[in-house]
Design a protein around this ligand. Structure first.
Ligand code: SAH
Length: 229
């Protein structure tokens, strides 16, 4: 999941055996810039984060492929383009405090960590949360904080957040996340029932109220809930 309906761009460079920085540069050009992501900060962040460190060892040759990849527990690391698209849509500013729901591999959190002041990220599968926290620590992302738990309730201790990104799809936007969005803040979230078209949705908290718009059709893994909450 976490892929778009956007036509795949055929990569002629980026041979799997090329060194990761070259493969990353190729990914940024062919998969991301070619599809219209232009934000310089986002492109720089994507060309820095070692995506191969966030995929299972057996799939490392495919780390820069134009596709989501399995990370265990029925979950996936999103397609690079989707990560770039959502990050650009979030419009992060340097000192922003950002909340992510759905840590998964930790890759998106690392990208957010390159751009924001502080990142808080919540993952419902404890094993994934642990692994992501370890990877992020090894890579020196000291501004990214990982917690295991149900992200439905947000992270009230660190609210309000200037930006919130959700990388699993609920049928409706969780109310606590809207509450924890700062005035002037922005939320980027895929919304829709499983098996139906989900829409990337951008929500802004303005002084005239909450304004939301749908952008592209997407396919994400379900936003699940802990039964004990
Ligand atoms: N951002 C991730 C991709 C995540 S896939 C990455 O860069 O790798 C979506 C993730 O959301 C899955 O790991 C899934 O377990 C998690 N998830 C689903 N529902 C959740 C919830 N209620 N709270 C926190 N995480 C959730």
């Amino acid at each position: 999941p976490a892929s778009s309906g956007v036509q795949a761009v055929r990569a002629s460079g980026g041979h799997p055996r090329a060194p990761p920085p070259a493969r990353r540069a190729d990914m940024v050009e062919r998969q991301i810039r070619a599809r219209g992501v232009t934000d310089a900060g986002v492109l720089t962040a994507l060309s820095k984060v070692p995506r191969e460190r966030f995929v299972p060892e057996a799939l490392q040759d495919r780390a820069y492929d134009d596709t989501p990849l399995p990370i265990g527990f029925n979950q996936t690391i999103s397609q690079p383009y989707i990560v770039a698209y959502m990050t650009e849509a979030l419009g992060i500013e340097a000192d922003d405090r950002v909340l992510e729901i759905g840590t998964g591999s930790g890759y998106q959190a690392a990208v957010l960590g390159e751009l924001a002041g502080m990142v808080y990220t919540i993952e419902i599968v404890p094993e994934l949360a642990e692994r992501a926290a370890a990877t992020l620590k090894e890579l020196g992302y000291g501004n990214v904080h990982v917690r295991a738990g149900d992200g439905y309730a947000g992270w009230p201790e660190h609210a309000p957040f200037d930006r919130i990104m959700v990388t699993a799809a609920p049928a409706e936007i969780p109310a606590p996340l809207l509450e924890q969005l700062a005035p002037g803040g922005r939320l980027v979230i895929p919304v829709g029932e499983q098996g139906q078209t989900q829409w990337m949705t951008i929500v802004e908290k303005t002084d005239r109220g909450v304004v939301s718009r749908r952008t592209i059709p997407v396919q994400f893994v379900p936003f699940t809930r802990n039964p004990d909450r």
